[in-house]
Design a protein around this ligand. Sequence first.
Ligand SMILES: *Cc1c(COP(=O)(O)O)cnc(C)c1O
Length: 402
Amino acid sequence: MSESPAARAAALDAADELSGARKLFALDDGVYLDGNSLGALPAHVPDRVADVVRRQWGELRIRSWTEGDWWTAPERVGDRIAPLVGAAPGQVVVGDSTSVNVFKAVVGAVRLVGDSARTDVLVDASTFPTDGYIAESAARMTGRRIVPVDPGELTAALGPSTAVALVNHVDYRSGRLHDLPGLTEAVHRAGALAVWDLCHSAGALPVGLDAHGVDLAVGCTYKYLNGGPGAPAYLYVAQRHQEAFDSPLPGWTSHQDPFAMSPAYAPAPGAVRGRVGTPDILSMLALEAALDVWDGISIEAVRAKSLALTDFFLECVAAYVPAGRVETMTPAAHEERGSQVALRCADAPRVMQELIARGIVGDLRRPDVLRFGFTPLYVGFADAERAARVLAEVLAEEAGER
Ligand SMILES: *Cc1c(COP(=O)(O)O)cnc(C)c1O
């Protein structure tokens, strides 16, 4: 860097076409690098939630289910998420947690495959634990076996006995981005189905579910989609599979005529089939309001800024932090990088505690990983510079103490 990192940050912020989005969020003077765990609050959401509680629930009461827009919220909010993950309308339904949707997707995918000679459910060995736990149970329940594989070895592990592969688009720990188009194609060549977990990619980079022929996908909405703590997750079932999708949780709200209260189950057509029970309206409508921040924003612009931010943060870390003190786990290649930087660091718990005390909020993945999530809608280049500078200060003080 010829100019100082601080001067470069100022120039990059001045040229940033997304810099205006930050004012849409309730933030303070700190640097919030944990939007990959809990997205920040869009500033207009509290008033919208207050209206849902006070007027829709408090005054209209039961009428809001029908006269209001409560009943259809799962599909409506799904259609708001769809363009962010490259899905045409009618394929995404919102509700339940990611864990529950992993269950629906994996069991649903095994049932779509049918063929009992296909005995294996491949699962990302480095996955966020819930996906692995649920997939194991789903495999056991469907008479299949679970085969943990490193995503780098997935292609080699595929074969005539593969039923389904459950893969994370971005690894939650390292921030590594996996090749969704290439792996989906390889899974299909093996005659199997691909289920993608988009928790760490949706809202941070283009996904292209339809374009790449993904079969099923799940994701959460409280990370880069800023839906709020415990906001409901979503399930994508590609249109070509919907007719045959046989949900393992066929709750009454996925019935083709729920109010017939029929003892016999008959699934609704389309995305509705992925519903289970009564939608979590307060969380769902908070999420719906939160999605307004995406109006007029292109996910390609978000991706470009995300890569520029993580590049710049890594440059600043290299400039400020003494060599050898941290080890970057996040891939240098753009096509292998999500929207976070993970640094391995001795004494990581104490370092992160000290960073947070100084207004730099990232998080820790035990034992030794510092995670910094870069949410392009509200993190700027000056934030990245400050975070790297404070990290270097903390590490220098630590070294002095030892
Ligand atoms: C965040 C995350 C989850 C969260 O699951 P919940 O059921 O919402 O708690 C699941 N899987 C992955 C890969 C995640 O990153």
